[in-house]
Design a protein around this ligand. Structure first.
Ligand code: ATP
Ligand code: FE2
Length: 327
């Protein structure tokens, strides 16, 4: 039996998870920073993480009944993310590793979303739509890498929803508010649909929708913005399926909770004979358990890191990770 403690701190959320080799989640504690507006102020978020780190760590460990000496490895999100936020997780993890003499691994945040998603849903070789506040990527495994087939060239789709909802005065986070309105709409208002090759651009859509605010029915406008953005994501996912011949789709990231996205993806998968897997919300949003799980998988496959190689990497790309643990 082995245990890994994972620390997540790439953006809003400071999370600590503890898992065992079967991916039983013994603890998954977290707190998320929110601000008045939909944006994130990196230094404020980092201060928030700093204030809460010790309490979250202690409450996670307490939940498991384990002590420090029971842990086999400590993992943390090395990137991608916001520098000041990543720094808190990294420093915390390094300190604990040195203090308790536990091996330390830095892991990729996006790959952590994928690996826990596969493990919890039983999906084997999916096209992954990783859709969250800050990220939107369509990914698939090929020759030891998680290849990024398409991604946003500007903002994450969750951020699009949050900014638009804030503008309408609907509150934060905006995604769930729009998702509720989606099914009550009566008409589609045409908005810019912009897929460039396999990549996505959301800022033109946001600007156009903002211009219609106050002029058009609010429910119809929420629906139309969401429908356009989600159709773009679904189109690129479908093309990735067609290109690779894969037969599974895995939805993860905070936006995977969207009923509208789930419905659209289900229809696409049904039409192609593919199977749709949805990561449960607790593990699709940023969390420590996913970091712990990827850390444990990499550790058991033999990966070790020297302390000096565990700096944060704000631009740590999904496709830079050598997927050495895959047979
Ligand atoms: P990152 O980009 O680093 O993965 P994050 O903190 O921006 O992290 P998550 O915690 O994964 O993102 O997800 C938050 C996002 O998910 C928010 O933008 C929120 O609006 C969106 N979201 C949550 N629930 C729903 C829903 N039901 N429908 C649509 N969007 C949703
Ligand atoms: Fe994330």
């Amino acid at each position: 039996m082995g245990f890994c403690l994972g620390i997540e701190s790439t953006a809003h959320t400071f999370g600590v998870g503890i898992v065992d080799t079967q991916c039983n989640v013994l603890a998954n504690e977290k707190k998320s920073y929110t601000s008045e507006d939909a944006g994130i102020k990196p230094r404020e978020a980092a201060d928030f993480h700093m204030k809460n780190a010790s309490e979250i760590l202690q409450s996670a460990l307490k939940k498991t009944g384990l002590t420090w000496k029971d842990l086999n490895v400590i993992a943390f999100s090395q990137g991608p993310g916001l520098g000041p936020c990543l720094g808190v997780g990294c420093t915390t993890a390094r300190t604990l590793s040195m203090l308790h003499r536990i091996p330390l691994l830095g892991v990729n945040h996006c790959v952590a979303h994928i690996e826990i998603g596969k493990k919890l849903t039983g999906s084997k070789d999916p096209i992954i739509a990783y859709v969250s506040g800050g990220n939107s990527q369509i990914i698939g495994y090929e020759s030891r890498r998680y290849r990024v087939f398409g991604e946003t060239l500007d903002i994450g789709v969750g951020n699009l929803f949050d900014v638009f909802a804030r503008d309408l005065g609907l509150g934060f986070p905006g995604g769930p508010k729009l998702d509720q309105r989606y099914f009550g709409a009566e008409a589609y208002i045409p908005l810019p649909y912009s897929v460039k090759g396999m990549d996505l651009v959301f800022s033109g859509l946001l600007t156009a929708a903002k211009k219609q605010a106050g002029k058009m029915d609010e429910t119809d406008l929420c629906y139309s913005l969401m429908h356009t953005a989600l159709a773009m994501i679904t189109e690129v996912t479908e093309r990735a399926l067609a290109h690779t011949g894969k037969e599974e789709v895995l939805l993860t990231g905070g936006v995977a909770a969207s009923k509208a996205l789930q419905k659209m993806m289900q229809e696409m998968c049904d039409a192609r004979g593919a199977k749709l897997y949805i990561v449960p919300k607790e593990y699709a949003m940023d969390n420590g358990a996913m970091i712990a799980w990827l850390g444990l998988v990499e550790f058991l496959a033999g990966k070790r890191m020297k302390l000096e190689n565990t700096q944060v990497n704000q631009r740590f790309r999904t496709d830079h990770v050598n997927v050495h643990w895959m047979k």
